[in-house]
Design a protein around this ligand. Structure first.
Ligand code: IPE
Ligand code: IPE
Ligand code: MG
Length: 230
């Protein structure tokens, strides 16, 4: 029998938390209610992943392209971040996790940027399990930025690009889960996804729970990863 310690555990799971709007529309609620339900769902799912022994979870919370939504929705999303980011991350930090952010956070209003800086300032243990939240994130922009920074400090090698990604200190992205039924990456961690195992579920993000997460992690354990070899 396989004991718990034999289970192949992904080191780093990326989650594309999609389907909040449809979740709300199905209930005849405004899309913002779906975003609030989505935020509420982060702590239980992430906690389950950390308890299972995953070292890092990257959460796609707000893409650079999401800024092109109607101004009302963008303003509501920023308000939700303003209201929930501290209480949500405090809980995770209290249970020993480290919180990082990826993306161009200079886009956000100064008070929100200050909150993000405060949260990062609370991180003490660099070796702790990490919750990496993607805010105003674009995979293409991240790559262009990494190339610019690499060029500034010398040769543009793969290693130099990797060292300048937001995720430089995080483990390999072993697994990507996208909820909400779409089968695409939508500019999520493009470089890091090179050899990720991909999982797509029709479950809308607010309905995605720890039992489904555990099923997908178990399925990950059964996949054969070849990395181009035989
Ligand atoms: C994902 O849910 C959350 C964000 C993109 C901020 P959506 O808002 O994309 O929900 P759907 O895809 O319209 O249902
Ligand atoms: C991806 O979802 C972004 C987040 C989950 C934050 P989208 O709803 O923005 O993706 P598309 O537009 O369907 O590709
Ligand atoms: Mg969507």
């Amino acid at each position: 029998m396989r004991s718990k310690s034999d289970t192949v555990m992904p080191r780093h799971i990326g989650i594309i938390m999609d389907g909040n709007g449809r979740w709300a529309t199905k209930r005849l609620l405004p899309r913002s209610a779906g975003h609030r339900a989505g935020v509420k769902n982060i702590t239980p799912v992430v906690t389950a992943a950390l308890e299972a022994g995953v070292q890092c979870v990257s959460l796609y919370a707000f893409s650079a392209e999401n800024k092109d939504r109607p101004k009302d929705e963008v303003d509501q999303l920023i308000d939700i971040i303003r209201k929930h980011i501290k209480p949500m991350t405090r809980g995770l930090i209290e249970r020993g996790a480290r919180v990082t952010f990826s993306g161009d956070t200079t886009y956000f209003p100064p008070d929100v940027q200050q909150q993000l800086a405060d949260i990062v300032g609370e991180n003490t243990d660099k070796t702790a399990q990490t919750v990496n939240i993607l805010l105003n994130y674009s995979g293409r922009s991240e790559l262009a930025r990494a190339a610019r920074l690499a060029a500034k400090s010398g040769e543009v090698t793969e290693a130099a690009i990797e060292a300048n990604l937001y995720t430089a200190e995080l483990p390999e992205l072993d697994m990507i889960i996208r909820t909400g039924g779409e089968k695409r990456l939508s500019n999520f961690l493009l470089y890091q996804a090179a050899y990720s195992e991909l999982f797509f579920t029709d479950t809308l993000w607010p309905d995605f729970d720890k039992s489904e997460l555990k099923e997908l992690i178990a399925e990950f354990g059964h996949r054969t990863r070849r990395f181009g070899r035989v």
